[in-house]
Design a protein around this ligand. Structure first.
Ligand SMILES: [Zn+2]
Length: 434
């Protein structure tokens, strides 16, 4: 057993920024010893301490891709507990791997939710289990706190939306983990099933969400629809959870478990605060130590005090869509548009939208009930003009245009592969069970 295990700090173990820095320095020694065994860092030479780390080259996503699959592996392969790949769109995978000891740190960080995870909880894990870490992370955290896990991978054909709604309802699910968008899709699916999200799921006490930028208005709307708080989380498959929300709704970096910096690609410098690409040095890693890993997510770190008293820097994650798309002379991000759509009153019932930017302006389509069409198009056009200073061509689409009702109501059987068929049976799907 790793002796550093018992030294891992818990929330509340430190009271000042100085205490926190000392915790980091102590853990850094162990990390640097682990990094010396990495085939990636070993030959390059490992920094001797904090001061040298601050001058050490950043580790990039390209480095990780070049090291695929085991070029970052710092322990014997027999010690690995899990292997993952992140969901990049480029062809070369980004691998990451963890030992059982690494997993204790991962699960603990995820479980730092201010609403808590308890043995009485029924926890629906609705993020991918295949290759990525996200489903396993929530699963391990829930199990480690005695909760009952309902595995409901959002990429699995075995779990269509109608089945999610059935499970949420019939099992009295208390906690969920999903993309924010998924929680909106469940709401639409529940309504099509004749259920009212705000009334018919009284056991639900919080929705944990991550994996997508989320505007304040959309977040508030999800909470309003489900009648439960939305608790945000930020992380990556290569690192696990990096930030979680405090009771005051701010996202704090787990700086007792990792050193965070922001990188300015223009000047090539890093700083502990301010805006730039988020760079992380996770402090408790055996299988795959990472030194100054650039997540390439635009973020803003602030060390200003928060009423929660956690003594952890706050972060605002802007994601990779930070530059947005040009509309006339302005640049728009998805969050800019999302915020305006979800500022519409809840009773308009708008859940789904899409927009396309063009030289002439913005074409914005929203699904809305016939009775509200005129009001929604007029109010959105005005809101876009006022807030963003651009002309929007807002079109109202009938419900089901962007998200087909069949997607929300279908409950396909999960088949097993089959070779032998009776006379008159359709054998065109032989062996294909999906
Ligand atoms: Zn706080």
């Amino acid at each position: 057993m790793d002796t550093r295990l018992s030294e891992r700090p818990r929330l509340g173990d430190w009271h000042t920024a100085g205490d926190l820095a000392r915790l980091q320095d102590r853990a850094l020694e162990g990390l640097l010893a682990a990094a010396a065994k990495s085939p990636f860092y070993g030959p390059r030479g490992v920094p001797s301490g904090r001061a040298e780390l601050a001058r050490y080259p950043l580790t990039t996503k390209a480095d990780l891709r070049a090291a695929y699959p085991f070029g970052m592996l710092a322990v014997d392969r027999s010690e690995l507990a899990t292997y993952h790949e992140s969901s990049g769109s480029s062809g070369t995978p980004t691998a990451s791997y963890y030992t059982a000891t690494d997993w204790l740190d991962l699960a603990e960080r995820y479980a730092r939710k201010h609403v808590g995870i308890h043995p009485g909880d029924m926890f629906l894990v609705r993020t991918p289990y295949a290759l990525m870490i996200t489903g396993h992370l929530a699963h391990a955290a829930a199990r480690s706190h005695g909760a009952t896990v309902v595995p409901a991978d959002n990429r699995s054909l075995a779990m269509p939306y109608a089945k999610v709604v059935r499970v949420l309802h019939d099992l009295d699910v208390t906690l969920t983990w999903s993309l924010p968008t998924d929680a909106l899709l469940w709401a639409a699916s529940a309504r099509l099933a004749g259920l009212r999200p705000e009334h018919d799921f009284p056991a639900l006490r919080a929705l944990f969400v991550g994996g997508e930028p989320l505007s304040p208005a959309r977040r508030a709307r999800i909470g309003e629809i489900w009648g439960a708080p939305v608790v945000e989380e930020y992380g990556a498959t290569e690192t696990g959870s990096l930030a979680g929300e405090c009771p005051h709704g701010r996202l704090h970096l787990w700086a007792d478990r990792a050193i965070f910096e922001v990188y300015d690609p223009v000047t090539g410098t890093c700083a502990p605060e301010g805006r730039g690409q988020l760079v992380v040095t996770p402090l408790y890693r055996e299988a795959m130590p990472l030194l100054r890993y650039n997540l390439e997510d635009e973020a803003e770190i602030s060390a200003a005090a928060c009423p929660c008293g956690w003594v952890l820097p706050a972060v605002r994650v802007l994601g990779r869509s930070r530059f947005g798309v040009p509309v006339g002379s302005a640049r728009l991000t998805q969050l800019d548009v999302e915020e305006l759509v979800f500022r519409l009153p809840a009773e308009y019932g708008v859940l789904f939208w899409r927009a396309r930017a063009g030289a002439g302006g913005l074409r914005l389509e929203v699904e809305v009930d016939r009775r509200r069409r005129e009001r929604v198009t007029r109010e959105l056009r005005e809101a876009v003009g006022t807030a963003l200073g651009i002309e929007a061509d807002v079109r109202a689409l009938p419900p089901g245009s962007l998200v087909p009702a069949a997607l929300l109501t279908a409950a396909p059987d999960v088949l097993k592969p089959r070779g032998l068929f009776g006379p008159g049976e359709d054998w065109d799907k032989a062996l294909r069970y999906y």
